[in-house]
Design a binder for this molecule. Structure first.
Ligand code: ADP
Ligand code: MN
Ligand code: MN
Ligand code: MN
Length: 368
């Protein structure tokens, strides 16, 4: 029996890469094999040397087609089988391998905005809807446009076997969120990209576009982020608090490199208003939604768990943010282990924050 395999990959469009896909009829229920495409039509090659290779990295049931049909997330390779310049997964895979002993885990909150006719879905033709306030987790009336698409997408993710965790309506009318996790360094990217593809594909049926723009409407309207929640084995273990604080401190040592890779338009979104910290500063704190990095209240209470980096944009590449967090946090922890003096310094910082944290929101603000 033949079946359909939808091969999905990330293109080379600038400044934000977008998804592409095409269908391959496969003769028998074999594992999807290597395939190729014309890179000159996706900003990934010149016309004279245009073949790019698709290598399947994650396969799941296609919830929109027949029982045996599949979605096939791919990475892009050059003809010599080296990673293509646009292949950010390769770097994430290398970081995951280098720091496997930390068992890094991720959950990403994907915010997005539905658009139709050049404006957010459900917005009036002229002017604005009622100001923000009733939309976040709202219900009822005409104020929740897009819920039918959200419902269809959630069901599709479940049928595909993706690790979707939940959904919610966001602060701006027409803006929504879903969460994917808890998954490893490359797996979270594989599944988030497939979930993004499904969202766009399903929204097609409604004549609606999905925008991952970080600040779709300027002014007093919330932007769209991709809060990235992170933990290591050490952070999750009993007494992981010191490792959590050390992770926050490590993020504070590489602020500009992270910000530069956290998605297009990060300056428009991280203004210091609308539950964000200014992009040029770094801070972390317990339960603090105005900090760059938030340690959830329950994590402070249990003294173990994860941190939430609130800075990544909705349009961030999850492979990139995952690689950076692993390199920065696990890299610092690994070198603290091998350098006793650095370790002593890190431990003294964590103790001073650790004392305050459960009682008052600890916040280490620093101009940068
Ligand atoms: P909020 O909106 O309050 O920030 P959400 O419920 O939307 O919270 O998202 C919480 C995220 O935290 C989820 O994506 C979940 O996967 C993630 N998470 C929970 N536990 C861990 C963990 N141990 N390591 C990494 N991420 C985690
Ligand atoms: Mn959330
Ligand atoms: Mn949110
Ligand atoms: Mn969040």
């Amino acid at each position: 029996m033949s079946y359909q395999a939808e091969y999905i990959w990330i293109d080379g469009t600038e400044p934000t890469h977008t998804l592409r896909s095409k269908t391959r009829i496969i003769a028998d229920a074999k594992k999807p094999e290597l395939w190729g495409f014309d890179g000159s039509s996706t900003n990934q090659a010149t016309g004279h040397f245009s073949d790019c290779v698709l290598r399947p990295v994650f396969t799941c049931p296609d919830p929109l087609r027949g029982a045996k049909d599949v979605l096939v997330m791919c990475e892009v390779l050059n003809p010599d089988m080296t990673p293509h310049a646009t292949n950010s997964r390769a770097g994430a895979a290398a970081a995951a391998a280098a720091y496997a002993s930390f068992a890094p885990m991720f959950g990403i909150e994907q915010e997005y905005t539905f658009f139709q006719n050049g404006r957010p879905y459900g917005w009036p033709e002229e002017g604005y809807p009622a100001p923000q306030g009733p939309y976040y987790c709202g219900v009822g009336g005409a104020k929740m446009p897009g819920r039918d698409i959200v419902e269809a997408h959630t069901l599709a993710c479940l049928r595909a076997g993706l690790a979707i965790e939940g959904t919610n309506a966001e602060v701006m009318m027409g803006q929504w969120e879903f969460q994917i996790g808890v998954l490893g360094t490359v797996e979270v990217g594989d599944q988030l990209w497939v979930a993004r593809w499904l969202l766009q594909r399903i929204a097609e049926e409604y004549g609606v576009d999905v925008s991952l723009d970080a600040k779709p409407i300027k002014g007093d309207w919330n932007g769209a982020g991709a809060h990235t929640n992170f933990s290591t084995k050490q952070m999750r273990a009993a007494g992981g608090w010191d490792a959590i604080v050390a992770a926050c401190e490590a993020l504070g040592t590489r602020v500009s490199e992270h910000i530069a890779n956290y998605g297009v338009g990060v300056e428009d979104r991280l203004t210091g208003a609308h539950e964000t910290a200014h992009w040029s500063t770094f801070s972390y704190g317990v339960s603090d939604r105005g900090a760059s990095v938030r340690i959830p209240g329950a994590v402070a209470r249990d003294q173990r768990g994860y941190l939430e980096d609130r800075r990544p944009n909705a349009n961030v590449d999850p492979y990139v943010v995952a690689r950076l967090m692993v390199e920065t946090i696990c890299g610092a922890a690994a070198s603290a282990r091998t350098r006793p003096r650095a370790r002593a310094a890190a431990a003294s910082t964590s103790r001073s924050v650790a004392k305050k944290a459960p009682a008052t929101p600890a916040r280490a603000a620093r101009a940068r």
